[in-house]
Each structure stands twice: as C-alpha cells, then as structure tokens.
Design a protein around this ligand. Structure first.
Ligand code: NI
Length: 172
C-alpha cells in the first residue's frame, strides 16, 4: 500500500466530474487500499479518489473514534436514494482545503446505494456524522468542495489564503 499525494485547492483536477467504475477488480482494490493509507496518514475521516488525482467514483471513509479499532468503509459508484428534509450542521474541513473550516448544513439522514470493496451491491441508511461525511465525499465526485457553499467573499478569502500558502511551499 502506498501513501499518495493529496491535491489541494486551487487545482482544476479537483473540479472534474468522476467517472463510474465498471468493475471492482484488482486495480480498484489497490486504489482503495492506497486511498485508505493516504487518508489515515493525513488524519482524515474521508477521501475521494479525485483528491489523489484519479477521476473514479470511489470513496473511502473511517469515522471510528477509537484509534486502535479501525472501521474502514469503501463506497464505489455511490448514489443517494433518499435525503432527509431535516438538516444538521457540522464544522467541516477537507484534506484538499487544508486548515480551513466552516459550518455547513446538509440533510441529517440519507440512504446510499453503492458497491462495497468486493463489488457487492449495498444500501446504507446513514445519519449524523456518517451522513454528512458521505455527502461531503460525494460532492467531491461532482467536483464540488465545501467552500462552494460559502458566500463568494468567504470563499475567495479562503482560496487566496490557500494560494499564498502554495507559493510559499518548497520541496527539498
Ligand atoms: Ni473533502
């Protein structure tokens, strides 16, 4: 398994719409393993393939709280079947928008149909943090970042900050 580089905003690749996966084979499993490693290494709770530059509809997630009890989840070609009218609000961050956080409202519950790590079709009823996390990650598949829900002004301030950080970044 390999830790890959996570792309950060501003980056046009993050705005691509990811393509459905045809079959969950060896290559896709290797990708999911790498994504999970990359996510754990970055202390994230969710990661979409496009965040490491691969436009496939694949998400990995682990929202378990205990450090030693990992509960990885894999979603291939996820589709939301049902959404709640009730909203919940979380302060969201994103591995592709480093060190920036904002309160975002999303449907409190949702039902998601997807293929798991073994390519089996599954339906998950998600609530609370899990529902929010799934919706955040599924936005990545459409090229949407959480900062897109903010006012133009707030968003531009964040992008400016991130661009500045980038220009100061050196790799030695
Ligand atoms: Ni994200």
């Amino acid at each position: 398994m390999t830790v890959r580089t996570i792309l950060t905003e501003p980056n046009k690749i993050l705005r691509q719409i990811s393509k459905p996966v045809q079959t969950v084979g060896k290559e896709e499993k290797k990708l999911m393993d790498d994504m999970l490693d990359t996510m754990y290494a970055a202390n994230g709770i969710g990661l979409a393939a496009i965040q490491i530059g691969i436009p496939k509809r694949i998400i990995v997630m682990d929202i378990s709280k205990e450090e030693h009890k990992k509960e990885p989840r894999f979603f291939v070609n996820p589709v939301i079947k049902n959404r709640d009218n009730l909203k919940s609000t979380y302060e969201e961050g994103c591995l592709s928008v480093p060190d920036q956080f904002a309160e975002i409202d999303r449907p409190k519950k949702c039902e998601v149909e997807y293929l798991d790590y073994n390519g089996e079709k599954r339906l998950l009823k998600a609530d609370g943090l899990l529902a929010t996390c799934i919706q955040h990650e599924m936005d990545h598949l459409e090229g949407i970042l959480f900062i897109d829900y903010l006012s133009k002004l707030k968003k531009s301030i964040i992008i400016k900050k991130l661009s500045k950080n980038k220009s100061n970044r050196i790799v030695v």
